[in-house]
Design a protein around this ligand. Structure first.
Ligand SMILES: *Cc1c(COP(=O)(O)O)cnc(C)c1O
Length: 401
């Protein structure tokens, strides 16, 4: 007998650690911007696996690349070369405009890689005594879940009772270039920020912030490292969120949509003068750069370009914000975002979970963040007609509150 939605939820609750609080919906099939539960109910996906599914579910070009490569060679480790990784890295360097790339798997591993690069560069190129390197990060950051990364999280849920915490990070206010300037010492090797803070509720910094951070880093000769794991790959209406200010970080961490909605593929990109600090044995990953991931990631980049997903995200995102901001919802205080990375902010203390439950009943899957904010981030392949259909449903639900 076929298992039901409730059966699958019960299995998760009984056998899975309770480290998430998901909406009570089970996804059993997916295509493009839509997903289906075991009973066949259809929903629009307005989370896109936290922007890992920018190209849409089961994109035929990406699935074909996956299947073709799966018949040839899937895993070699880096003890040997393979005939896919170099092609992938060349493609990624051309796409991003950097000289070199280092492939990993999850976003957190790309972040760890960037932090290692910054610390080593600080010691070897700036002469900071090893053990004293400092990286400046921002309040309300989200960079992943490793012990080092949560050591500088300001979210109590992410940190509590995971001590001892990793030293070497200085947390400053986001969206304040002055706060960064004030925090710089002789031991500072890098500034590491999200160009838009996604998990914090789509915090878009003021125009000029990224440029000011760029200038400060150049003036003090420290690395500007941008975490584009959630904001990258066309999500915000440009290839990367830093492109909105036309600035070029020294280092970018990439992940999520680089895997084309299939599996984790991450990377760090930088020029030779920074990437050069890595020497044989100094860093690595068993699965990083594997041929299957390389083939999938190349196809994922093809789709972004072939389907003009940056322009599409820009245009549909403007439409989304314009329509939603006209909804007659007394609890809604702001609609913000760039491209198709948007959030509706409700009054402080408002339980956005209740809205998410009503949205689910209306065929829209979205998840609240920080209790009173809902992020709306559909796959970038969503059509204009699908978006309009979804908008009517979302506005209908908002107007109940
Ligand atoms: C999701 C995310 C990460 C971590 O990626 P994982 O693949 O979950 O390890 C890091 N930085 C940002 C900005 C993210 O959104």
């Amino acid at each position: 007998m076929a298992l039901s939605t409730q059966d699958f939820i019960d299995l998760d609750n009984q056998y899975g650690a309770h480290n998430y609080h998901p909406l009570p919906v089970v996804i059993a099939a997916a295509k493009g911007a839509r997903v289906w539960d075991p009973e066949g109910r259809e929903y629009y996906d307005f989370l896109s696996a936290y922007s890992a599914v920018n190209q849409g579910h089961l994109h035929p070009h990406i699935i074909r690349a996956l299947q073709d490569q799966a018949q040839r060679c899937t895993l070699t480790s880096r003890a040997f070369h393979n005939d896919r990784m170099g092609l992938f890295l060349k493609r990624l360097c051309e796409y991003t405009g950097y000289e070199m790339a280092l492939p990993m798997n999850t976003g957190a591993e790309a972040v760890e890689t960037a932090m290692k690069m910054a610390r080593r560069w600080g010691a070897e190129k700036k002469g900071i005594p090893n053990g004293r390197q400092e990286i400046i990060v921002a309040e309300e950051n989200f960079h992943g879940r490793t012990i080092a990364i949560i050591s500088y999280s300001t979210d109590p849920d992410a940190r509590i009772n995971y001590g001892p915490y990793c030293p070497g990070f200085v947390v400053v206010k986001y969206n304040s270039a002055a706060a960064i300037e004030d925090a710089i010492t002789a031991d500072t090797c890098a500034v590491f920020i999200e160009p838009i803070q996604g998990e914090a509720g789509v915090n878009v910094p003021d125009e000029g912030y990224l440029q000011a951070v760029r200038d400060i880093c150049t003036r003090h000769r420290i690395l500007f490292m941008a975490d584009e794991i959630q904001t990258g790959f066309c999500r915000t209406g440009k290839k990367f969120a830093v492109d909105h200010e036309g600035i070029r970080p020294d280092v970018m961490t990439l992940g999520k949509a680089l895997g084309g909605g299939v599996f984790p593929v991450s990377a760090v990109v930088a020029d030779k003068e920074f990437m050069g600090v890595f020497t044989p044995g100094s860093h690595g990953s068993t699965f990083g750069g594997n041929p299957l991931a390389s083939a999938v990631a190349m196809a994922a980049l093809d789709v972004l370009e072939d389907e003009n997903l940056a322009e599409k995200a820009d245009e549909l995102g403007r439409r989304f914000r314009e329509k939603i901001s006209q909804a007659k919802c007394g609890k809604m205080v702001q609609v913000r975002g760039r491209g198709l990375l948007n959030a509706v902010v409700f009054e402080a203390g408002f339980q956005a979970w209740d809205v998410c439950m009503r949205l689910k009943e209306a065929g829209i899957l979205a998840k609240q963040t920080h209790g009173h904010i809902i992020r709306f981030a559909p796959p970038l392949v969503i059509t204009r007609d699908e978006l309009d259909d979804a908008l009517a449903r979302i506005i209908g639900v908002l107007e109940e509150f």
